[in-house]
Design a protein around this ligand. Structure first.
Ligand SMILES: NC(=O)c1ccc[n+]([C@@H]2O[C@H](COP(=O)([O-])OP(=O)(O)OC[C@H]3O[C@@H](n4cnc5c(N)ncnc54)[C@H](OP(=O)(O)O)[C@@H]3O)[C@@H](O)[C@H]2O)c1
Length: 331
């Protein structure tokens, strides 16, 4: 295995934004390991994707306890990558993981109890060969566990040194407000929210962004390319090496509708006019409002990371561009 020497100029290639009111800066493009880091992807491919990301100034890698396949395998592979490439760069990285979806059988391996969250993070740290994560998330709201218990567990996780910061994911506006206030009172501010957000999925504009602004909480938008739809790759069918072909569970062919493709084709024309790819336009758009700290992409090839990271060099979005995008989305 060749020794990894990161690009010297990596920090000149990326932009960093402050996460809410915290001291933490995040790259405007972050890399998620949900797909392509389990046991179906060669270690060398994973390594090339991670190295390419860091060489472009992407300092934030996002994981979860049950990313795989099988569950836990992405964290286990990440531990191997840590040993191979990242130990001497640990302080240059922001590593996150989560718990909140199903992880192990029985009543204690799912949802939002203190028992589940603390045990899960302990297992995650072992798999990743880390002594702490930078951000630990509750992955989804749990209507049956008192929010006080879940937020109390997050507070304890920080105080016990297992995580430096905490976040929540997939919470609605009201529960986000309550969570932020509870954590503030406990003395462990809510760093960040991780919701889905893209040109084709704008639910956060319906109240959540306002709460995040009011509470001064950061935001990392996941799936800003809508599983790859917003790259234009499905405009003339389903490529054999795409997510829709490989993993129809997560991008069902029937989700690639004619209506969406009409919008995508119109958006691609705007990207062409601006001299960039549709993926780059979609990422710039997701970041247009400062409330979004970072856009959290996935990648199956190093070249996708290179293309997506270059979104930061795109021309500023003008009022005219934004109006054209709204018109394309109304097609
Ligand atoms: N909190 C949550 O509940 C939650 C849920 C989902 C995801 N996430 C996080 O968000 C991250 C990103 O999610 P996502 O992977 O769905 O994001 P995405 O960026 O919307 O989609 C990524 C996929 O699009 C394709 N792609 C990316 N760039 C491309 C390019 N330039 N050209 C062509 N194709 C390109 C690749 O798939 P193919 O090449 O295989 O087609 C890639 O794997 C996850 O890894 C995870 O960390 C969190």
């Amino acid at each position: 295995m060749t020794e990894y020497v990161p690009a010297q100029d990596r920090y000149e290639k990326m932009r960093y934004r402050r996460c809410g009111r915290s001291g933490l800066l995040l790259p405007v493009i972050s890399l998620g390991l949900w797909h392509n880091f389990g046991n179906l992807t060669p270690f060398e491919t994973q390594q090339a994707i991670l190295r390419t990301a860091f060489d472009r100034g992407i300092t934030h890698f996002d994981l979860a306890n049950n990313y795989g396949p099988p569950y836990g395998e992405v964290e286990r592979n990440f531990g191997r990558h840590m040993d191979a490439d990242w130990h001497t760069h640990r302080n240059e990285l922001v590593i996150s993981t989560k718990a909140g979806y199903d992880m192990w059988p029985g009543p204690y391996g799912d949802h939002g109890s203190r028992k589940y969250l603390i045990a899960s993070l302990d297992e995650s740290l072992k798999r990743m060969r880390l002594s702490y994560v930078d951000i630990f998330y509750h992955h989804r709201p749990d209507p049956d566990t008192p929010l006080e218990e879940t937020m109390g567990a997050l507070d304890y996780i920080v105080r016990s040194g297992r995580a430096l910061y905490v976040g929540i994911s997939n919470y609605g506006p009201e529960e986000t407000k309550r969570a932020a206030r509870m954590l503030r009172e406990m003395g462990t501010p809510l760093l960040i929210h991780q919701p889905s957000y893209s040109m084709l999925n704008r639910w956060i504009e319906n109240g959540l962004t306002e709460v995040l602004r009011e509470e001064k909480v950061g935001c990392i938008a996941f799936a800003p390319l809508q599983n790859g739809l917003l790259t234009g790759k499905y405009l003339s069918g389903i490529p054999a090496d795409s997510r829709a072909a490989r993993d129809a569970r997560y991008l069902r062919p029937d989700a690639i509708t004619e209506e969406k493709m009409r919008k995508v084709a119109a958006l691609k024309k705007i990207a062409d006019r601006r001299g960039q790819t549709l993926a780059q336009l979609a990422l710039q758009w997701a970041l247009r409002d400062g409330v979004v700290t970072s856009a959290l992409i996935g990648a199956s090839k190093p070249q996708q990371v290179t293309e997506n990271a270059a979104a930061v060099q795109g021309p500023d979005l003008t009022e005219e561009d934004l109006a054209a995008i709204e018109a394309a989305l109304a097609e």
